[in-house]
Ligand binder design. Structure first.
Ligand code: ASP
Ligand code: MG
Length: 421
């Protein structure tokens, strides 16, 4: 049994849907559990609808939803020959669910509505791909994952109930393989014990796929992407980026922690716990070897570079020359927790604390305002945070040459520097 995960880019047009279906069909005899994201940028479009709805801009919300509906119905028309009616009927049932809600006034918290609306992207996409595969004579089952993955009601960042989900997978998914080779389901979403839809956090489909791999004791998980493999740096920013053929779990968790957009950070634990290898492969050229991630001892790695722009550095300084450690630092961490923004890097001096954050304007402004009740606060925006793991001196020198460094930290494995542009 193998688990495959396909992201939104793998199904963002007709040719790519056909290509994805072809990869599934070619490997169907291995018995597949397939997790698919929403098509292209659908999740972003659905977020806009949730915002409009919650702002009481009902007409905007409905109009934006018309566009999402049209995108999917157009795909159904262009892609499907025999099953278009069945697919359209299934989509229309989902549409009605959302539209009912959009006609009512919001009375609950935003995050609840966000999840009820945003969850439908993966329901639409998987419905279309499953119908297409059936037309291609592939024996697929489709499952609404909200009947399988049980979560708490921490909307937008729901926690998975592993015991209940394991039971459901064993009772409802495993028997499907008596009659089907492939089961297609959604990533990123789940439901509470009251059947309210939930989401697991943006880009959460990788994590869903890892949960399925863990519970099904899969031989491997493959995440199919539009890149050749995991690279040591973002090739859009560094033209000398190189492919990394193999990585161990620890390195990937660390890379994700420092902000490399490789894989959702929660993905590794369910795999590591059962020693299930993770393959990152290109859906554009399936003959390429890609990257394998497993528990083997780390191979020698090139410097791994993560560059995050649009960072904000805030300096908090005690007013009366008292030390910042202890109570004052605790006070600051309370504020970070409340605003839900944690520093990417922080450094103490005797009477000040310097923190580097992602550049959320609202959140960093709130932090600065709240902290200024107790501290002198200095905010500097538009700085960059460079992280190099497995660094060597030449790489540090090359990447920081001519930069005005505000803050630098170094361990034997990792160096981080915040600099002005
Ligand atoms: N569709 C969701 C998102 O765009 C989940 C995912 O793709 O992993 O965040
Ligand atoms: Mg994605």
């Amino acid at each position: 049994m193998l688990v495959y995960k396909f992201g939104g880019a793998s199904i963002n047009n007709i040719d790519r849907i056909k290509n994805t279906a072809n990869i599934i069909k070619t490997n169907a005899s291995k018995r597949l559990l397939v997790v698919i994201s929403a098509m292209g940028k659908t999740t972003n479009a659905l977020e806009k609808i949730a915002e409009a709805y919650y702002d009481n801009r009902k007409e905007d919300a409905l109009q934006l939803f018309e566009q999402v509906k049209k995108n999917h119905l157009d795909v159904v028309k262009q892609l499907l020959v025999l099953n278009w009616k069945a697919a359209e009927d299934q989509l229309k049932e989902f549409f009605t669910e959302i539209e009912w809600m959009l006609h009512d006034k919001p009375v609950r918290a935003y995050d609840y509505y966000y999840d009820q609306i945003v969850c439908c992207g993966e329901l639409f996409s998987t419905c279309i791909v499953a119908h297409y595969l059936r037309e291609q004579q592939c024996n697929v089952g489709w499952m609404d994952v909200r009947d399988i993955v049980r979560t708490d009601n921490n909307f937008r960042d729901a926690g998975v109930d592993f015991d209940f989900t394991t039971q459901k997978i064993n009772d409802d998914i495993v028997p499907l393989y008596n009659t089907h080779e492939v089961v297609i389901t959604q990533g990123f979403i789940g439901a509470t014990d009251e059947n309210e839809s939930t989401t697991l956090g943006r880009e959460g489909s990788d994590y869903s796929a890892a949960i399925f791999a863990n519970i099904l004791n899969a031989d491997s998980l493959t995440i199919w992407k539009d890149v050749e493999a995991v690279m040591n740096a973002d090739p859009n920013k560094f033209n000398d980026a190189v492919i990394i053929p193999s990585l161990n779990y620890t390195e990937v968790i660390e890379m994700a922690y420092y902000g490399a957009q490789v894989i959702h950070p929660k993905t590794i634990k369910p795999l590591q716990n059962k020693n299930i290898p993770l393959y990152v492969k290109s859906f554009l050229d399936t003959t390429l070897p890609g990257t394998v991630i497993n528990g083997d001892k780390a191979a020698a790695l090139p410097p791994v570079i993560v560059l995050k722009d649009k960072q904000v550095v805030i300096q908090f300084k005690s007013r009366d020359f008292s030390f910042i450690e202890g109570k004052p630092v605790e006070q600051l961490h309370e504020i970070f927790k409340k605003v839900k923004l944690q520093p990417n890097l922080s450094q103490n001096t005797a009477i000040s604390l310097l923190c580097c954050f992602d550049g959320h304007v609202e959140k960093t402004t709130e932090i600065a305002q709240e902290a200024s009740l107790f501290f002198d606060v200095d905010v500097e925006r538009e700085v960059s945070l460079l992280t190099i793991r497995h660094y060597d001196k030449a790489t540090i020198d090359r990447l920081t040459a001519g930069k005005n460094i505000v803050l630098q930290q170094q361990t034997p494995v990792t160096v981080q520097a915040v600099f002005r542009n």
